[in-house]
Design a protein around this ligand. Structure first.
Ligand code: SF4
Ligand code: FES
Length: 348
């Protein structure tokens, strides 16, 4: 018997007006005509709740590109799910927000690209995006919804974490997430421009510690060490097929948002099967669930149920073998691929 998933990432669309260089969309986007219709999403959300899911993250692309976003949110709320909207803010007008609140929306997460307008709009590739984020954040707080600000940091903005936290405070966010770029998909393609130096990462870690002390009780600051510079990998998605699932705009069910980057995995689709059947039996979920698939050094490692061998997508991206130990681990045979001295590390 498998554990129950707790979270569902509903990627309602891959459409998005912004063009961030670290976008988590796959390299090949689902076109609009392949997107699931409203009725199918409502069924998926009901099935998710029956399966044990507690939280749904309504995401994209930009979920505001879906005309039925309010209906989908209402369906999730009716199914008993806690609803979190993950948005760039571009595409969520004040009247849409009011409709979402009436539909039962519980939480909003707005992504920001930097602490100041000019740089933020340049990174997003969209003039005026920053101003829209500020306006939506004010409206969210006006509706008394909890607000999280999410900032992806990389070489061009990592030295301004203080400004980013100041901005989150000015927006009256409850929480700010400082997320380091994860290098697969678009970010791997743009890695040379995005990867911060070790000195930058170290400065950022002390900045976060200092900001946490200074703003304690006013805002929660979530930040983790970027895994290229960590000793152990992160327990990606809390372990493959263990805590969460992800439905793509066209209905494929993935163990994590980047799983399609692993060539050769077979994903099942909610158009043909129930979410419960997919969770229990889909070949993609079974491939790396638990610890039975592991080779050494993970197979006998005391940390194998803590980090689950790291990220399968990163292992595949860096070694071509998704069952390899994540090269971020200092024990991994392929660790040289992320360590200093690798001839491929032209980006350091
Ligand atoms: Fe984790 Fe495997 Fe490294 Fe052990 S060897 S710490 S299980 S990635
Ligand atoms: Fe897919 Fe880590 S992003 S397992």
């Amino acid at each position: 018997m498998h554990e129950k998933p707790l979270g569902l990432l509903a990627e309602l669309t891959h459409r998005c007006p912004l063009g961030c260089p670290y976008c988590s969309n796959p390299l090949a986007l689902d076109p609009r005509e392949d997107e699931l219709d409203t009725a199918t999403w409502l069924r998926v959300l009901r099935e998710a709740a029956e399966l044990g899911v507690l939280q749904v993250h309504l995401s994209g692309g930009e979920p505001g590109a879906r005309r039925d976003l309010i209906d989908i949110t209402a369906g999730a709320h009716a199914a008993g799910l806690y609803t979190n909207l993950i948005t760039s803010a571009v595409g969520i007008t004040e009247s849409v927000l009011t409709g979402l609140v009436q539909a039962g929306l519980d939480h909003v997460q707005i992504s920001i690209q930097d602490g100041d307008a000019q740089s933020a709009d340049r990174i997003a590739g969209y003039a005026g995006a920053f101003a829209r984020k500020r306006a939506l954040a004010a409206a969210v707080v006006g509706h008394k919804l909890p607000l999280t600000v999410n900032a992806v940091v990389h070489r061009a903005n990592i030295d301004r974490i203080g400004d980013i936290v100041d901005l989150a405070l000015a927006l009256a966010a409850n929480r700010v997430e400082i997320a380091h770029v994860q290098y697969y998909g678009w970010a791997l393609r743009n890695r040379a421009a995005l990867m911060p130096s070790r000195e930058q990462v170290e400065r950022a870690a002390s900045a976060v510690a200092e900001l946490r002390a200074r703003h304690q009780g006013r805002i929660v600051i979530d930040a983790v060490v970027p895994d290229y510079y960590a000793r152990y990998p992160k327990p990606c998605v809390g372990g493959w097929g263990r805590r969460s699932l992800n439905v793509t705009p066209a209905g494929k069910v993935l163990p994590c948002h980047a799983a399609e980057s692993i060539i050769g995995l077979e994903f099942w689709n909610v158009r043909e099967r129930s979410l419960a059947e997919i969770w229990a039996n889909s070949p993609a979920f079974s491939a790396f669930r638990g610890t039975g698939w592991m080779r050494e050094p993970c197979a006998s490692c005391p940390r194998r149920e803590l980090d689950f061998g790291g990220c399968r997508c990163q292992a595949f991206a860096l070694t071509g073998d998704a069952s390899a130990t994540d090269p971020v681990c200092h024990l991994a045979p392929d660790h040289a691929r992320v360590a200093r001295g690798d001839p491929d590390r032209s980006w350091v």
